[in-house]
Write a protein that binds this ligand. Structure first.
Ligand code: GTP
Ligand code: MG
Length: 197
């Protein structure tokens, strides 16, 4: 499964620049360098749609993408700036939280947040807080473990199970490797389930 079409719409550095909420929105959130932009590219099948980088903190703006899902429904994917990168200037770090909170609190068409975890790091305090913040606001959460290819196959499930336990999730996070193409159909199915609710 992959998107039928995808293109960049716009970027925003602050809420005044957010575009009108004209389509259902799926936001991608997680630590800097966890693989948010790579996942968007893999789901859409457009390799250079969202900019990726080895340098953490690549995506500092919110980026909107217009995506036609495999079923033909138009939605917006929103690539959120990553958190937790120590080398980001303090001013940028301080601006992150209000910006993300403004987005999550304001968007009338927000259908779900896809929260990503690096398989080698698991769930930290930021992810636990973030998941609780979403739950308190009734925002549906889809969890994904990225870079599955970085650990041996038999270690992957137990690491996903540990994240489920640490966050008290109803379901295990989806194991994804954009390198191996693993888990992408499952992410699309989870997004369709959100859409059908
Ligand atoms: P920020 O924009 O800085 O918040 O990062 P991001 O979460 O968008 O991460 P990005 O997609 O730019 O990926 C960061 C690095 O991880 C890049 O070098 C990617 O190639 C690599 N990466 C992403 N997904 C995978 C994966 O599934 N497997 C492996 N091995 N590397 C991955
Ligand atoms: Mg990025």
């Amino acid at each position: 499964m992959r998107a039928r079409a995808a293109r960049f719409v716009t970027s925003a550095a602050d809420p005044a620049q957010f575009p009108p909420a004209t389509l259902p929105e799926i936001a991608f959130a997680g630590r800097s360098n966890v693989g948010k932009s790579s996942l968007i590219n893999a789901l859409t099948g457009v390799a250079s749609l969202a900019r990726t980088s080895r340098t953490p903190g690549r995506t500092r703006l919110l980026n909107w993408f217009w995506v036609t899902t495999p079923r033909g429904t138009p939605v917006h994917f929103v690539d959120l700036p990553g958190y937790g990168y120590a080398d980001v200037p303090l001013a940028v770090r301080d601006a992150w939280r209000p910006l993300i909170e403004a987005f999550l609190a304001q968007r009338s068409e927000l259908r779900a947040v896809v929260l990503l975890f690096d398989i080698r790091r698991g769930a930290g305090d930021e992810e636990i807080d973030f998941a609780a913040w979403l739950a308190a606001r009734g925002i549906p959460l889809v969890t994904v473990v990225t870079k599955a290819d970085k650990v041996a196959k038999n270690k992957r499930k137990p690491l996903a199970a540990a994240i489920k336990r640490d966050l008290g999730l109803a379901r295990e996070p989806i194991l994804v490797s954009t390198q191996e193409g693993e888990g992408l159909d499952e992410v699309w199915r989870a997004l369709q389930a959100v859409e059908d609710r």
